[in-house]
Design a protein around this ligand. Structure first.
Ligand SMILES: *[C@@H]1O[C@H](CO)[C@@H](O)[C@H](O)[C@H]1NC(C)=O
Ligand SMILES: *[C@@H]1O[C@H](CO)[C@@H](O)[C@H](O)[C@H]1NC(C)=O
Ligand SMILES: *[C@@H]1O[C@H](CO)[C@@H](O)[C@H](O)[C@H]1NC(C)=O
Ligand SMILES: [Zn+2]
Length: 457
């Protein structure tokens, strides 16, 4: 899911040209065990993950079959990821952090990992260590036709957990609901070096002396609203000349939304975004982080480059809007272990916001069939999606926006900000009266305020 439309201010700054894979990446060997991690310390650590007496190792994948893993379930790369399958391995030629390889734990339904919770994910591999390993959680209905398919996932940096050709991650390091796991995946590639996978399994023990690093904080990832009967529009930056139209629709429909705002756009005086978003704040909308220059930041080759994307966005919010936010939407929805960890280094308990309704404006807004944005919206809402991604880059998207709002109102679902729909105790309380009162699509009312008091609909 990748918007290809460039933002209005993109041409104003040469620093926006993609840095991704611009230079060859020098690979370092896996870090040695620091001397303070003595064998006794490691044994102690291992002891804190007691093995279940009857814990049975589970071989997930030895890559002997091109389409199925050892459990008999699907494995394979995402469409754009070049790969080569041999007997007993799969070699991945990544070129983009969004590419991924999944090996599934069930027939696209939920797999209960809880009996294994004190055990370890073991991967045998060679080549790059510059990727993320994730354990993915299915949606509430364990139904792959619902949106989102993956409700959330947790992830670790391969490099921190690997030595030589082995990678061991305590399953306890994946902070998800492990009664509903669906797959193990490899993604977040930030090098073009190939990665070859030989084995994926769950084991009861790690080799003596194998160092397991502490889990790093990394923030939670959300793809849908958790509050019952709620719905949220998460709107990414767009064109300065369309923002007044968006504001008018929001006022007339009396809804609150969340804007994900890029630092560089906010600093661009000509675009007037700092005035615009101050106004949005006054009107009660949520303004949330969206990086500094809108790149696939997981693909940047240094932590410093990732940090700059985060820190400059935070600083710009403080300086120009006077606000702080712990909500972040990764540009293009691209996120891996490093981005998540760095967000947690700068923000307390960051909330990373993806989506379960994609208007696909990036695909259709400027095409000959802009109405396919409607199809996309209704398709995803029909599948249970309730957290939207859209941009106001094209008049066609703005034109459909009111229809989207009215449709959600017509099915009596409450539209609110993302923080409200995620039941954030720090969010302003949702005001159902204000919302329902305006649910009748009437912009003006001649009646006196007393009459309006009784008018809930
Ligand atoms: C191992 O654990 C014991 C008891 O919890 C503790 O007293 C000891 O200091 C630990 N040893 C190391 C090296 O951490
Ligand atoms: C974001 O959501 C879309 C649609 O559900 C999905 O295809 C994509 O992989 C998600 N990205 C992340 C980072 O979860
Ligand atoms: C900038 O935005 C503010 C707030 O919406 C608006 O009142 C003002 O007219 C805008 N200025 C320009 C030059 O568009
Ligand atoms: Zn964006």
């Amino acid at each position: 899911m990748r918007p290809t439309v460039s933002l209005a201010w993109a041409s104003l700054s040469t620093s926006l040209s993609p840095l991704f894979f611009a230079s060859a990446v020098q690979l370092l060997p896996p870090p040695p065990i620091p001397s303070r991690f003595t064998a006794a310390f490691i044994q102690n650590q291992t002891a804190s993950f007691p093995h279940p007496k009857n814990g049975t190792p589970l071989v997930i994948d030895t890559f002997t079959d091109p389409d199925r893993n050892d459990l008999g379930f699907w494995h394979g790369p995402s469409t754009s990821l070049a790969s080569e399958h041999g007997n007993g391995y799969v070699r991945l030629y990544s070129s983009d952090p969004d590419q991924n390889y999944h090996t599934e734990l069930g027939p696209a339904t939920c797999f209960d990992m809880q009996p294994y919770k004190h055990m370890y994910l073991h991967v045998v591999f060679s080549g790059s260590t510059k990727f993320s390993v994730s354990l993915n959680q299915h949606n509430q209905k364990c139904d792959s036709r619902r949106s989102p398919f993956l409700e959330t996932w947790d992830t670790v940096e391969a490099e921190r957990y690997s030595r030589g050709n082995d990678l061991y991650v305590p399953l306890a390091h994946f902070d998800i609901d492990q009664s509903r796991t669906v797959s193990v995946s490899f993604h977040g590639f930030f090098s073009r070096e190939t990665l070859t996978l030989y084995k994926v399994e769950i084991v009861t023990e790690i080799p003596w002396g194998f160092y397991i690093p502490p889990k790093l904080e990394n923030g939670k990832l959300y793809l849908h609203c958790t509050r019952p009967n709620s719905f949220a529009f998460g709107i990414d930056d767009g064109m300065p000349h369309l923002v007044q139209d968006v504001m008018k629709i929001l006022e007339e429909e009396k809804i609150l939304v969340t804007f994900f705002v890029v630092g560089a756009g906010l600093r661009d005086k000509e675009a007037n975004f700092s005035q615009v978003y101050k106004e949005m704040l006054r009107r009660g909308h949520q303004i949330a982080l969206h990086s500094d220059t809108h790149q696939q930041i997981e693909g940047l080759d240094t932590i410093k480059a990732i940090d700059e994307e985060i820190v400059h966005n935070i600083e710009t919010f403080q300086r120009l809007l006077g606000i702080q936010s712990r909500y972040f939407r990764p540009p293009y929805g691209t996120v891996g272990a490093r981005t998540r960890q760095r967000l947690a280094a700068y923000l307390k308990d960051p909330r990373i916001i993806n989506w379960s309704v994609d208007v696909e404006d990036w695909l259709w807004a400027e095409s000959k069939t802009p109405e396919r944005q409607r199809d996309a919206f209704f398709r995803d809402v029909g599948r249970g999606g309730n957290l939207v991604v859209m941009h106001y880059l094209s008049p066609t998207t703005v034109q459909y926006f009111r229809e989207f709002i009215r449709f959600v109102k017509s099915i009596n679902v409450d539209i609110m900000r993302v923080d409200q729909c995620l039941e954030d105790p720090d969010s302003p309380p949702f005001d159902p009266y204000r919302y329902r009162q305006r649910g009748r699509y009437r912009v003006e009312s001649n009646r006196n305020p007393e009459d309006q008091q009784g008018e809930t609909g």
